[in-house]
Design a binder for this molecule. Structure first.
Ligand code: CUA
Length: 219
């Protein structure tokens, strides 16, 4: 989870989130280089006194500064597409979790594992344990095995919700009448916190998600 003064991305808990962070850093580096170059050129324009009365066209430089940015964009577009397709890849999930968004709580079903069904409500501030996280802890956590492929199916019962866990790189909308699918692989044990991220009504802020990741033999 995010703690004080953590303004960047959270530490990843899945290979896909790790790749997303690498892609973010890569793209940010390119962005910084472009900003510095363009900023420098614009700044220097104010201080130059060169005038060329015969300058009408520059075919060569036009070619260069058209093609060069296109090539730079390819260096962002290709890794981005790679990640996009990687995020949708499903490989033999061992557990399927179905999460249903309600106003304003989540309910879960382990459809292929003992048919477990339960609701998961936020713990209200006045009932919180001393070590609880305000607006983030829930009464019933999702327990999932680590080092396993997990499929999640997301839907909603009333309005659009969004099942979002930053550390796992998962963000799927739950839409009434539709069933969305994604998958993830948790590579360490621990608690991973998330929140709904579609503005779904008055208590939108109060429907957090908590995953308890445990070794497979404890699951
Ligand atoms: Cu559910 Cu916002």
């Amino acid at each position: 989870m995010s703690t004080w003064a953590n303004l960047g991305l959270q530490d990843s808990a899945s290979p896909l989130m790790e790749q997303l962070i690498f892609f973010h850093d890569h793209t940010l580096l390119i962005l910084v280089m472009i900003t510095v170059l363009v900023g420098y050129l614009m700044f220097m324009l104010f201080y130059n006194n060169y005038i060329n009365r015969f300058l009408l066209h520059g075919q060569l430089i036009e070619m260069i500064w058209t093609i060069l940015p296109a090539i730079i964009l390819l260096f962002i577009a290709l890794p981005s597409l790679r990640l996009l397709y990687l995020l949708d890849e499903i490989n033999e999930p061992s557990v399927t979790l179905k999460s249903i968004g309600h106003q304003w709580y989540w309910s879960y079903e382990y459809s292929d594992f003992n048919n477990i069904e339960f609701d998961s409500y936020m713990v209200p501030t006045n009932e919180l344990e001393t070590d609880g996280f305000r607006l983030l802890d829930v009464d019933n956590r999702i327990v999932l095995p680590m080092n396993s492929q997990i499929r999640i199916l997301v839907t909603a019962a009333d309005v659009i919700h969004s099942w979002t866990i930053p550390a796992l790189g998962v963000k799927v909308d739950g839409t009434p009448g539709r069933l969305n699918q994604t998958n993830f692989f948790i590579n360490r044990p621990g608690l991973f916190y998330g929140q709904c991220s579609e503005i779904c009504g008055a208590n939108h802020s109060f429907m957090p998600i908590v995953i308890e990741s445990v070794p497979v033999n404890y699951f």
